[in-house]
Structure formats: structure tokens, C-alpha cells
Design a protein around this ligand. Structure first.
Ligand code: IPM
Ligand code: MG
Length: 370
């Protein structure tokens, strides 16, 4: 079977390589069972790339990412590299990928599996059946705005600067993704900013409203301040369908949404660029969790967020909806069978390692494909 599905695999640092190893096994299973084949290449990113090349993202790796059909990303960062100057930090590798691939739309679904309701810190009735999608703007805002930096003042004190900047096209293209997604879901968008204190926030609100009125009058649009949204997410998260917000608020709110599902170890994400002439989008898939240095290398991490990111890749980049469903089903069945990594462990369940979770997944895939 020939494959034009070129995937660049970037495991990164911390638990990244461990969780990615299980995903690669599942990809290989698809190949072995002749269900789908992939052309996978692995490379370094983050601290691992810094240790090997003195940069968190080698130019060759950047070029490979731009040439790939999809990038599968683990996680970056760790105490070992925290002392480095900003430009060399592991996180810069990820930010460069997002920026140069122009991945402006970051989709972060928060979905509660029935089997995991008890793993959440929230009451079951608050989260049962939760299914929301955060669309986070990913290449603008305060993450990339200029001027930025720290300057020394004449009196010896310092001044730290970061800038929140958004243009009309930047807002519109990400809002469009949110409205399109809403149409395939429950048809509701909540746009989040701080229009009460930030001019850029007020403008965000106006642009999103204008786009809705002109192109998506059938979609229900609500506006919310970011602080209120954080509160509403833990108070009554089921009120939301699609949330669209800027880079920084999206970063914060998606960690919050992730925890509603029981663990950061469960939340996948897809970062998408604009479709080209053939309809193809540049794309990077990554778990929302970080490198978790405290448990790295211990075979304890939950590989499911990375696994579900792989499933998003099948769905969004390769149009392999059935195969994506297979992975999602296998994850559900593993959870239903009471198999848990430490982060989602509950009384009476079976605690397993990263590797054993991978074993269980492949077993369920075998059963589903039989
Ligand atoms: C995320 C992460 C990143 C971010 C870090 C690792 C740069 O927290 O993807 O949410 O802040 O965007
Ligand atoms: Mg984050």
C-alpha cells in the first residue's frame, strides 16, 4: 500500500518520548493490519534539539515540518533548560513551528468520557456529557506582539514589555473556523476577550460580531469577558459549545477545560493553518499537557491525550474518519475496562504504566478490527 501521508514525529522532552512511543505503535498497527499506512520520520525539538544542536528547532527540522502533511508533537521543556536565554528555551521551538507553519487555529476539544466522570474534581452532574471545543488563536496576540523584551532603566530598575496585537484579518480567520465548527456541532459560539479593559479586546468583539452578522446569521453568538468565562467553565461548563478566544486567554482557559475532563492527560489538540488551493491545511497535533518533568522517564505518563491527538490527525489531515473512530473507540473501551494511568486512577480500577496503556489500546484495536 502506498502512502502519501508524510508525518513528522517530534517527541520532544519529558514525557513526550514515552507517550509518543505508544502512538507510534498504534500507527504501526494500522500499517501492519493494512488499514492505513503512514510515512513517519522522527526528529528532535525543544531541549532535546538544544542538547544536540544548540537550538530548540534546527532549520532542517523546520523545513521538514513545512514539507510534511502533518506534524505529531509530544511536549517540550524542563528544569534542565530553564536557565537558558529566552530565544533558546525549548518552548521557542514549538512557538516557531506554530508561527512559521502559520497554524493560527488551535482546536482543543474537552470531552468527558463517562468512565472518567469520577476522576474529575467537579461534581458528576456538572460534567457528565460535557463536549465543548475551544478554538484558540495561536499565532498572534501577546505571544508574538512587538515590542517585547526587558529593558534596563536609568535608575537601575527594569521594565518588562509584551504587547497584545490583533488585526482584523487575524481575528476573522480564527472566528471563521469557530463558526464553521459550530455549524457541525450545536451551532453556538462564545467569543471571549477583555473588552472592558483592552482596546484590542473591544475590537475583537466588534470584528467577531460583524463576521457573524454578515456570514453566519444562523449561528448563535455570545460575548464573554475572559475572567467570567474562567468562572463559568467551572460553574456550568455545559453551557458552552464552541469558545473562540485569543492566544493567551486560550492557553489559560484550555488548561481549565482540560481539568474538567478529569486530567490534563486526556486533552488532545489540533493546530491548523489556512487551506491551500487543493484544500490541504498545514497541521500540527499535540497533547495539551506539557512535558511533566516530575514523572518523565518513569513509564507513568498517560499516553491518551497524545493518542487522541493522533486520532484528530487521522480525522482532520487525512480524512480517515473511520480509522479515527477506531482509535476513539479503543480509548473508550480501555477506560470502560477500568484501565488507568496514575493521573486518572480511581479506587477499584487497574493502575497501569504508559506502556501497559499502549498494550491495552492495541488489544482493543485488535478486538475492534476482528
Ligand atoms: C500550550 C503550552 C504552550 C503555550 C507552551 C509550552 C509554550 O502551554 O500549548 O498550551 O503556552 O502555548
Ligand atoms: Mg498551555
Amino acid at each position: 500500500m502506498s502512502s502519501n501521508r508524510k508525518i513528522l514525529v517530534l517527541p520532544g522532552d519529558g514525557i513526550g518520548p514515552e507517550v509518543m512511543a505508544e502512538v507510534v505503535r498504534v500507527a504501526e498497527w494500522f500499517d501492519k493490519r493494512r488499514i492505513a499506512s503512514f510515512d513517519m520520520t522522527e526528529d528532535l525539538v525543544g531541549g532535546a534539539a538544544y542538547d544536540a544542536h544548540g537550538t530548540p528547532l534546527h532549520n532542517d527540522t523546520m523545513a521538514r515540518a513545512l514539507a510534511a502533511d502533518a506534524v505529531l508533537f509530544g511536549s517540550v521543556g524542563g528544569p534542565k533548560w530553564e536557565h537558558l536565554p529566552f530565544a533558546l528555551r525549548p518552548e521557542r521551538g514549538l512557538l516557531r513551528l506554530r508561527k512559521e507553519m502559520d497554524l493560527f487555529a488551535n482546536l482543543r476539544p474537552a470531552l468527558v468520557f463517562d468512565a472518567l466522570i469520577g476522576a474529575s474534581t467537579l461534581k458528576p452532574e456538572v460534567i457528565q456529557g460535557l463536549d465543548l471545543m475551544i478554538v484558540r488563536e495561536l499565532t498572534g496576540g501577546v505571544y508574538f506582539g512587538e515590542p517585547r523584551g526587558v529593558e534596563l532603566l536609568a535608575d537601575g530598575t527594569r521594565r518588562g514589555i509584551n504587547t497584545q496585537v490583533y488585526t482584523t484579518p487575524e481575528i476573522i480567520r480564527v472566528a471563521r473556523v469557530a463558526f464553521e465548527l459550530a455549524r457541525k456541532r450545536r451551532n453556538r459560539v462564545c467569543s471571549v476577550e477583555k473588552a472592558n479593559v483592552m482596546e484590542s479586546g473591544e475590537m475583537w468583539r466588534e470584528e467577531v460580531q460583524k463576521l457573524r452578522d454578515s456570514d453566519y446569521p444562523d449561528v448563535e453568538l455570545q460575548h464573554m469577558y475572559a475572567d467570567n468565562c474562567a468562572m463559568q467553565l467551572v460553574r456550568n461548563p455545559k453551557q458552552f459549545d464552541v469558545i473562540v478566544t485569543d492566544n493567551l486567554f486560550g492557553d489559560i482557559l484550555s488548561d481549565c477545560a482540560a481539568m474538567l475532563t478529569g486530567s490534563l492527560g486526556m486533552l488532545p489538540s489540533a493546530s491548523l493553518g489556512a487551506p491551500d488551493a487543493s484544500g490541504r491545511r498545514k497541521a500540527l497535533y499535540e497533547p495539551v499537557h506539557g512535558s511533566a518533568p516530575d514523572i518523565a522517564g518513569k513509564n507513568m505518563a498517560n499516553p491518551l491525550a497524545c493518542m487522541l491527538s493522533f486520532s484528530m490527525m487521522l480525522r482532520y489531515s487525512f480524512d480517515l474518519a473511520e480509522e479515527a473512530d477506531l482509535v476513539d473507540q479503543a480509548v473508550k473501551r480501555v477506560l470502560d475496562a477500568g484501565i488507568r494511568t496514575g493521573d486518572i486512577m480511581q479506587p477499584g480500577m487497574k493502575k497501569v504504566s504508559t506502556r501497559e496503556m499502549g498494550d491495552a489500546l492495541v488489544q482493543e484495536l485488535e478486538a475492534l478490527a476482528a
